[in-house]
Design a binder for this molecule. Structure first.
Ligand code: DHK
Length: 148
């Protein structure tokens, strides 16, 4: 049975490629997902790639992952810096958790320098754009190969 990985994306991630500031590059969110799906398939992973603008929906999906997934990759976007409910849900998940950000959040405004998600994360990848998402998939593939 292939491992299932939930890749959860938070508010406004659907606007990647459209955002005028260029912070998140020019690739569309749909194209980023497609490249992640191709990479996950090559790694033998079953990928659930989802996006929501709503905190409670993300919490529901993290709880769902407890039953259906071996690992979580999460870019909680703006909720990274405020969401105790997302942190609490992640703390109840047993497998590896990778926190991923397109941008280098530590090079940006100071309000982006404290992440609640990091408290639950196995590791953090930031600043590499969509490449970081594929590296996050590489990381979970390796972590899931290791004996528990
Ligand atoms: C994405 C967002 O939407 C921001 O709110 C975060 C993150 C950074 C990213 O780099 O992917 O601050």
């Amino acid at each position: 049975m292939p491992h299932t990985v939930y890749f959860l994306n938070g508010p406004n991630a659907n606007l990647y490629g459209l955002d005028k500031s260029g912070t998140y590059g020019s690739e569309s969110f749909a194209s980023i997902e497609q490249r992640c799906q191709t990479h996950a398939a090559a790694l033998g992973l079953n990928l659930e790639f989802r996006q929501s603008n709503h905190e409670g929906v993300l919490v529901d999906w993290i709880q769902e992952a407890r039953l259906n997934a071996s690992a979580i990759i999460i870019n909680a976007a703006g909720l990274t810096y405020s969401s105790v409910p997302i942190l609490d849900a992640l703390m109840a998940f047993d497998g590896p958790i990778i926190e991923a950000h397109m941008s280098n959040i530590w090079k940006r405004e100071s309000f982006r320098h404290h992440s609640y998600v990091s408290k639950a994360a196995t590791g953090v990848i930031a600043g590499l754009g969509a490449l970081g998402y594929r590296l996050a998939l590489d990381a979970v593939a390796e972590l899931l190969e290791q004996p528990a």
